[in-house]
Design a protein around this ligand. Structure first.
Ligand code: HEC
Ligand code: HEC
Length: 306
């Protein structure tokens, strides 16, 4: 048995019902520098960051919806299709690393990725600085916020600060965790008990109900992934098909699911999890209850995103 399978079997034999505090509510607010947030917001919505001026961060991360684009794969400049599903930007500040394979250590490092990805915005950070210098008052705005003005470093710093503010507190389930007994109905509570007893909690826990470590996609059954996951970064055999366990926050709003967008519905996603990650059968009516629980993880879109 591989190490990860042993871990799952070991954890499954624990009384996971004792682990109820393993999902933590999202804090109501987070400390941010509001002038950086405002500048970062402007950049997030501005297609000027792409080489041909057609694609902004918000093209693929729609903040009025789930913070993703509801596509299997996203489209970048010149109509080019990507090869991995766009996750939500909401609550990404709580993930231990960024990207499915964890190749960025934080939001600042992450923001360079799409700007320089030829399939996404196809620019260079240096090119973005040049474009911003030529445009509507950006130089002045940067100078007001940063002592060294408009630089590559400050572009990603401002974007990352805006993303820190993109948190969605007060989901019904969080209100329940905080003591509001009536915030969720009995079906949600049953679904949550199943989420614990079936073992989903082993991988999906913490503030983000995920986002804390890597796990193999396909522990008990080959998941036929074409993407090698963490292996792309480390080139270590044991890292093949390891992905960052995704957050389940606002999951009802971010179909399709999995790194390759293979499941359109949450029902299907939960079914795949029971087969690939848990190696156990979960009855259809139990899956329905787990889905109802997952739907209670949708929080409030913050004012700053509107
Ligand atoms: C063309 C579509 C596209 C554009 C434009 C785009 N993204 Fe993304 N974003 C993606 C995809 C696809 C991924 C997943 C890539 C991966 O994991 O390899 C992603 C991942 C992320 C993540 C990591 C989330 C996580 O849970 O790991 C963050 C944060 C993010 N993008 C923010 C941004 C910001 C900020 C911008 C603008 C500078 C941006 N994105 C532009 C498609 C896009
Ligand atoms: C052993 C760890 C593990 C367990 C147990 C587990 N998951 Fe997952 N889950 C993952 C990983 C890893 C992924 C990412 C798969 C991929 O590569 O696309 C994932 C993906 C998901 C997704 C899709 C998320 C998205 O944004 O696309 C959902 C929904 C989900 N899991 C729900 C559950 C539920 C419900 C259970 C219990 C029935 C469960 N998981 C059990 C590790 C686990």
């Amino acid at each position: 048995m591989k190490a990860v399978e042993i871990l799952v079997v070991m954890l499954l034999s624990f009384d996971v019902l004792g682990a109820e505090d393993l999902i933590k509510p999202i804090p109501e607010s987070i400390e941010v520098d509001i002038s950086k947030v405002r500048l970062g917001k402007k950049l997030f919505f501005d297609p000027i960051l792409s080489r041909d001026g057609t694609i902004s961060c918000s093209t693929c991360h729609d903040l009025q919806e789930g913070g993703d684009d509801n596509l299997k794969f996203s489209f970048g400049i010149k109509g080019q299709e990507g090869n991995i599903n766009a996750p939500t930007v909401y609550n990404s500040v709580f993930n231990f690393r960024q990207f499915w394979d964890g190749r960025a250590k934080d939001l600042k490092e992450q923001a360079i990725g799409p700007i320089e990805n030829p399939l996404e915005m196809g620019h260079s950070l240096q090119g973005a600085v040049q474009a911003l210098k030529k445009s509507r008052g950006y130089s002045k705005e940067f100078e007001e916020v940063y002592s060294d003005g408009l630089t590559q470093e400050n572009i990603v710093d401002a974007i990352a600060e805006f993303e820190k503010a993109l948190i969605t507190p007060n989901a019904p389930f969080d209100r329940y965790l905080k003591g509001e007994e009536e915030a969720v109905n009995s079906q949600v509570k049953k679904g949550y008990q199943l989420f614990l007893s079936k073992g989903c909690i082993i991988c999906h826990h913490g503030v983000n109900v995920g986002g804390n470590f890597y796990n193999k996609f396909g522990v008990f059954q080959d998941a036929n992934s074409s993407n090698l996951g963490r292996y792309n970064v480390t080139k270590r055999e044991e890292d093949k098909y390891l992905f960052k366990v995704p957050s389940l926050r606002n999951i009802a709003k971010t179909s399709p699911y999995m790194h390759d967008g293979r499941s359109k519905t949450l029902k299907k996603a939960v079914l795949l999890m029971s087969q690939y990650q848990l190696g156990r059968e979960i009855k259809p009516e139990e899956i329905d209850l787990i889905v109802i629980f997952l739907e209670s993880l949708s929080g409030l879109i913050p004012g700053i995103a509107k």
